[in-house]
Each structure stands twice: as structure tokens, then as C-alpha cells.
Design a protein around this ligand. Structure first.
Ligand code: AMP
Ligand code: MN
Ligand code: ZN
Length: 614
């Protein structure tokens, strides 16, 4: 049979479509049940079939019955497509468990019974079983009764097998092993018991169910259930392909618990596609590569760092660890996706491209081998290589003259700056070597001293006369003195060297200053020693009244301990004790106390008007 509407009908048509559609409902479905409930399961009453010859014997046995019960156990965690592990079969007299792993290449033989229109196959919830039989063994089902469909008609919802077992057989089933690892061999007794239980009571359940259907809805109810079961057998397996629709289905079916923004959806799309690809390559389930809740957490939080990605996944899945760099890159891609940028622009936040950072990368060394970690690191390094690197540009010392050697100008400037600074102690001292005194503003200056060089370099135009304006007479009077020993020159005071005489007193200088007119050449700067005998040293004395003012290093600590109030009180007392001194202060300036022994008012500069001028 070909379905002309399909683009490749030879690939997609159900090979038993015609048989299923043309099949008449077996008459015995309308008969009142005569069978008694099955005996409780006994240990050892079930045959585990792992031998192909034994399989043929089982098949021969199956062909004797009008009805058989069928169930499958499946593994889908460590496989992309999944695979059937067990096929349980029950006749009114026997229970069989076929090891689908060892008999995989022989189980197509089941078609003889499974497609036989005279043998009713009873399943509970067969939609997946039908698909798995097709996919793994090329086995199709013709003539089926699905107790799940029957219960749907009766109660309006698909009751679980556990519920039907309790209702019709008074058996409380333990469905703990439903998600057990059915690859285990040899099968533990508990799992054998569980698998057997799924079909052991099923024929009786179907019988009771049909009676209920007849009682409540008559023959039409039975026919409806039959039609629904037919539809299940017409399900056709197709190898899943990845497409945008697959992602859309995922997006729409998920209970996310948050409203995703465009960046979240981009991350979901990228991670979903990545996960599917890795799962196919590694032949693992998508749930093993990256469980849904982790995928959603990463997509929601969009971690910036590799560690952030890991923090979303506890415990971290091994394949995520192996491809951590890839996942991190995808997350950054989502963060910088055009939709995200548009949104950021709308928020007024700046856009900036993010690249994977290679610092502080954490690898799950316990979960992935060295080679994997190295390849992840390599991926990150490659990504980092593409990051443009900028260097700071210093234009301050840029060479303006290309003729000059590299750094020459820099060195020259450095030398100039260095030369312009002189040791202040050496500034006015003549050199030990032969010196030449030349007239300079302020008198004769030894040419060999640094002060001479300074005077040549720096000119104080406002106050200092230029050498040209010096009186000719004076320069003529000044002979060139050659001090060969240098000892004599040192013994003389600097003042004497400059003025040539130390006899001039202050009175004479004042007179000369008064005489000075604008036309006259400016007088050289007269330096003279201050006479400290004129100073009033009583200012240093402790005032007769008031507290002791000697320096006390513990004072501040004590004052602090006394508290602010007492401190201010003390300050007031101080002020009164130094009243005589402060009377001379006008206006009185307020200074913030800073030093350890500072007393407000005492050391104010204005009080020192009788001190020697600085
Ligand atoms: P059952 O028909 O209850 O014996 O289940 C048959 C197979 O379906 C089991 O071996 C599981 O692999 C699979 N299965 C059943 N229930 C679930 C479930 N809730 N989630 C995932 N797989 C399931
Ligand atoms: Mn099942
Ligand atoms: Zn089962």
C-alpha cells in the first residue's frame, strides 16, 4: 500500500495499514467473561527467554491462544534513540519474559503472532510499545486491545495500570521499578517480578473492562475502544530529525517557571540544538547531556563565566564538562545576540561584545579526562587569540625629529631637567679647583660654582638687575681674584666674598636705599646677619598663671578619655590663662588643633609679631 500524499510513500506508509483498517472486531469481545481471575504470581512461574530456539517454542505456544498480553521495558537514558530491553508476554496459562537485548536479531519472529488477526494482543498504554517494536524489531501489531483506551472511555481519563490492578485484581502494584535500569543482567528477582506483573493480570483486566464497557455503554462502547486501539497500532515510527519545530515544541511544552526574554530564548535555542547534536554524536539521551532544568537555568541566568555555567548544573553532567567551552561560548553568543542588543539599546545600556575569558577556568577533572580538558582549553585559547589587543599609547616622549636617534630627545630632556636642579648645599660653595670671580647681580660670583650657572640660566627680570646695567666703576674695581689654594676662599664668609667687606652696618644700607632713585643703577642685594639680641625671648617663657604647658605626649589620650565636653572646658581655661598673650592678637584667627601638644591660640602666627622675621 502506498500513501500518495506522502512525498516518499514507500518510506512512510505503515506496512499493515490495510490489514488494520479492514480488520473486523473479534466476536469474542462481546462475550461475557467466563475466565476466573489469574492465580497470584509464584516464584519461578515465569520463563526468562534468552535462547532463539526457546523463542520459537514460546512463539509456537502463543499461536494457540485467542488473546495474549504484551508489555515492553525500555531504556532511554544512555542512548539517543533508546532500545527495548524486555518483552513480557502472558497467555492465560504462562508468563514469558523475552530478553530483548540478546534476542534482538530474532524478535522479528514475533510478527507471526503479533500481526495475526485472530490473536488479540492486549496492551496497557501501547502507544510507545508499538513504536519500539517497529523501531527495534520491525514488529507490527494487528488486532489489539489497549486497556488504557478502555479505561479512558469508562472514566474519562487514562487510568494507570496500578489503578486497574487494584480495581479488578485487588493487587497493589509497586511501580518503583518503572524507571529502573532494564539493561541489568542477570535481572534481579524484584525486577523480574515487576516486569511479569505488568502482563500477568492484563488479560483478566481486559476481560473485566469489556464487561464494564458493555454494562455502561453497550456494544458501541466496545467498538469505540476497539477503534481507539486500532489507531494506536497504526502509529508509525519515524527516526527523529532535528528542526526548528522540535525546539518550538520544547519551548511551548516546558513549564519554565519564568517569562523568557529574547536573550533567554536565544540561549534555549542554541543550547537545545547543541544538546541534540552532542547526544546524537555520543549516542546519549538529551537528558543525559544536559537535563531540561539545567538547560532552562543556564538560559535564564545567562552566566558570564565558565564557572557560572557550572554553577547552574549541580551535579555537572559529564558531557557538559567535556564541552564546557562550547556551552560557555553559546551562552555569550546569546548574551550578545542581535535581539538582545536591540533590547539593551532600548534600555539605554551600552552594547559590548563579550569574549570567553581564559582566566580562572575550572574544569571538572573528576568527570572528564585530561585529553578532554586539554581540548576545552585549546578551544578557549583559540577564542582568545581572536580578541583584538590594544596597548596604551604614550605620546609624551614621541620623537618629533626623525633625525635624532631613538630616545635621544628623551635623554636630552632628562639631562636638562637634572641640570636645572642643584644640591642646595653645594649651590654657593666655590669649587676646590681654581676659581674665577665675575661680576653678577648681587656681587662677584665664582664662575665655577653652580650658583653662577644658575644665574646664567634663570633670570629674575622684575627685581634683579642685568649684568650690563651694573655700574662700570664697580666692575672695574672688582679685580679678578685667583684663589689657587681655595683654602683661603673657604675661610672667608660668603657675605665677604660677595661684598668684599664686612664692615658695612645696617644703618649705612638703609641710607643708601633711601638715596636710590629710578635713574640709578640698582644696588646689589645686601645680605646681613640678623642680630638675635634684639629679639624678645620672653615669648617662649611659660606664662605666670594657668596650667603647665610643658609637652606631654600622653595629653591627647588623657583628653580624649575625659570626653569632648571636658576637653572644650579645658580649652576655655587655656584661653583665659593665655589672655594676656591673646590680647595682642587682632583679629584672632581660629586654627584647628592638629598636633599632639598644640594649644589653641598659643601658637597662632599672629602672636609672634615680635619674633625674628623669617
Ligand atoms: P511500563 O509500560 O509502565 O512497563 O513502562 C515501559 C517503559 O516505559 C519503562 O521501561 C520505561 O522505560 C518507560 N517509562 C514508563 N514510564 C515512564 C516515565 N514516566 N518516564 C520515562 N519513561 C517511562
Ligand atoms: Mn508498558
Ligand atoms: Zn512494563
Amino acid at each position: 500500500m502506498k500513501d500518495e500524499e506522502e512525498p516518499h510513500p514507500e518510506l512512510f506508509v505503515h506496512p499493515y495499514k490495510y490489514e488494520v483498517e479492514q480488520l473486523e472486531m473479534p466476536a469474542h469481545l462481546l462475550e461475557a467473561p467466563t475466565q476466573k481471575p489469574p492465580d497470584p504470581m509464584e516464584d519461578g512461574g515465569c520463563e526468562i527467554v534468552q535462547d532463539p530456539e526457546k523463542l520459537q517454542a514460546v512463539l509456537d505456544d502463543l499461536m494457540k491462544y485467542k488473546e495474549i498480553a504484551v508489555d515492553l521495558e525500555h531504556h532511554s537514558y544512555r542512548s539517543y534513540l533508546g532500545f527495548t530491553c524486555l518483552i513480557q508476554l502472558s497467555t492465560p496459562d504462562n508468563d514469558y519474559i523475552l530478553d530483548a537485548l540478546v534476542l534482538r536479531g530474532h524478535l522479528h519472529l514475533l510478527n507471526q503472532a503479533f500481526t495475526h488477526p485472530g490473536i488479540l494482543k492486549v496492551f496497557h498504554g501501547a502507544s510507545m510499545d508499538v513504536i519500539w517494536l517497529q523501531r527495534d524489531f520491525g514488529v507490527y501489531v494487528v488486532s489489539m486491545w489497549d486497556t488504557a483506551e478502555g479505561s479512558r472511555l469508562l472514566t474519562g481519563r487514562r487510568a494507570g495500570l496500578r489503578h486497574l490492578l487494584l480495581q479488578y485484581c485487588d493487587v497493589s502494584a509497586d511501580k518503583r521499578y518503572q524507571l529502573a535500569d532494564w539493561r541489568i543482567r542477570p535481572l534481579p528477582d524484584e525486577m523480574v517480578r515487576y516486569a511479569r506483573q505488568d502482563t500477568h493480570y492484563l488479560l483478566y483486566i481486559a476481560l473485566r473492562q469489556r464487561q464494564d464497557l458493555l454494562d455502561r455503554g453497550g456494544v458501541s462502547f466496545i467498538r469505540q475502544a476497539w477503534s481507539l486501539s486500532k489507531a494506536v497500532t497504526l502509529k508509525h515510527y519515524e527516526k527523529p530529525l532535528y528542526s526548528e519545530e522540535v525546539f518550538e515544541d520544547f519551548l511551548n511544552s516546558r513549564e519554565r517557571g519564568f517569562t523568557p526574554n529574547p536573550r533567554n530564548i536565544t540561549a534555549m535555542r542554541l543550547l537545545h540544538a547543541w544538546r541534540d547534536n552532542v547526544a546524537r554524536v555520543e549516542d546519549e539521551s538529551t537528558g543525559y547531556v544536559l537535563p531540561n532544568h539545567m538547560l532552562l537555568k543556564i538560559s535564564r541566568e545567562l552566566p558570564k563565566t565558565v564557572q557560572g555555567v557550572l554553577a547552574c548544573c549541580v551535579p555537572p553532567p559529564p558531557l557538559l564538562c567535556r564541552h564546557l567551552a562550547d556551552v560557555h561560548t553559546l551562552v555569550l553568543q546569546a548574551r550578545n545576540s542581535p535581539e538582545a542588543s536591540a533590547q539593551q539599546g532600548a534600555n539605554g545600556k551600552p552594547e559590548h561584545s563579550e569574549k570567553p575569558a581564559n582566566d580562572n577556568v575550572v574544569y571538572c577533572t573528576q568527570l572528564c579526562d585530561e585529553q578532554t580538558a586539554a581540548s576545552s582549553l585549546l578551544a578557549i585559547e583559540r577564542a582568545v587569540e581572536s580578541v583584538p589587543i590594544t596597548q596604551p599609547v604614550i605620546s609624551l616622549f614621541e620623537e618629533s625629529d626623525p633625525q635624532m636617534g631613538k630616545g635621544a630627545k628623551r635623554k636630552q630632556r632628562a639631562l636638562e631637567i637634572e641640570q636645572s636642579f642643584s644640591n642646595p648645599f653645594m649651590l654657593f660653595l666655590p669649587s676646590i679647583a681654581a676659581k674665577v670671580l665675575v661680576p653678577c647681580p648681587g656681587g662677584l660670583v665664582d664662575q665655577t660654582t653652580q650658583s653662577f650657572a644658575m644665574l646664567q640660566k634663570w633670570k629674575l627680570l622684575d627685581a634683579t638687575p642685568t649684568p650690563e646695567k651694573l655700574p662700570k666703576k664697580r666692575s672695574a674695581e672688582t679685580p679678578k681674584v685667583v684663589d689657587s689654594s681655595g683654602k683661603e676662599g673657604r675661610s672667608r664668609s660668603i657675605k665677604e666674598q660677595i661684598h668684599g667687606s664686612s664692615t658695612q652696618n645696617d644703618g649705612e644700607i638703609k641710607k643708601k636705599k633711601k638715596k636710590k632713585t629710578l635713574n640709578q643703577a640698582p644696588e646689589p642685594i645686601q645680605l646681613h646677619q640678623y642680630d638675635y639680641s634684639q629679639s624678645d625671648f620672653s615669648i617662649f617663657n611659660t606664662p605666670a598663671t594657668g596650667k603647665k604647658k610643658d609637652f606631654d605626649p600622653t595629653r591627647e589620650t588623657r583628653e580624649k578619655a575625659k570626653g569632648t565636653r571636658e576637653k572644650s572646658k579645658e580649652t576655655r581655661e587655656m584661653s583665659s590663662s593665655t589672655l594676656a598673650l591673646q590680647k595682642r592678637i587682632a583679629p584672632r584667627r581660629q586654627f584647628e588643633p592638629r598636633g599632639v601638644s598644640y594649644v589653641q591660640g598659643k601658637y597662632a602666627r599672629d602672636t609672634a609679631h615680635r619674633w625674628p622675621r623669617r
